[in-house]
Design a protein around this ligand. Sequence first.
Ligand code: 3PG
Length: 209
Amino acid sequence: MIEILDHIAKEKIIPVVKIDRLDDTLPIMEALKKGGIGIAEITFRTACGADAIALAAKNCKDMLIGAGTVINAQQAEKAIKSGAKFIVSPGYSQAVTEVCKENDILYLPGCVTPTEIITAIDNGINIVKFFPAESYGGLKAIRAIAAAFPDIRFVPTGGIGPGNIKDYFVFSKVFACGGSWMVKDNLIKEGNFAEITKLSQEAKEYVGV
Ligand code: 3PG
């Protein structure tokens, strides 16, 4: 688990990837890698999500592959079986927490209220996804919540991109930022993997890693 956390801390950016066609999986991973990003959160928003995770986990050993939009225990189990090394949810799920605990897998639940954060703490979780970050008050809200929870770190996601990512990293409690801006649907659909690489390179430059 420490290795996984170190990897995420070094990357600082977690691309949230939605894959509609399984065949796009490896070209997307290669494009991210070429752009200097060694991590991907592949979401369960599409029918081939789990297969894409399995494909990426098997073929991209130098990347950290996780599962996103995991909202129930079955998906969590499937993600872990497919080779996901971390699990992300848009909200807090007790069922997903239990599966991740049993499998000793990092879980980043979505928490935007103090109550949700207290539930996470009760379950031994000290890093949460703050989603959708911009809609829930952005860095201002994170700072206010963080004041009450000194041991919690945040992964703001949702509405983050080139224009505001730097602002988030001003705050030391921001562990990493997630986002889909470098892997937008249209780029994938058009097979514009060169642009994914370019946006990934730029993203790394913004955060200085
Ligand atoms: C997610 O589920 O994490 C989001 O879709 C990412 O948000 P974004 O598309 O606004 O970057």
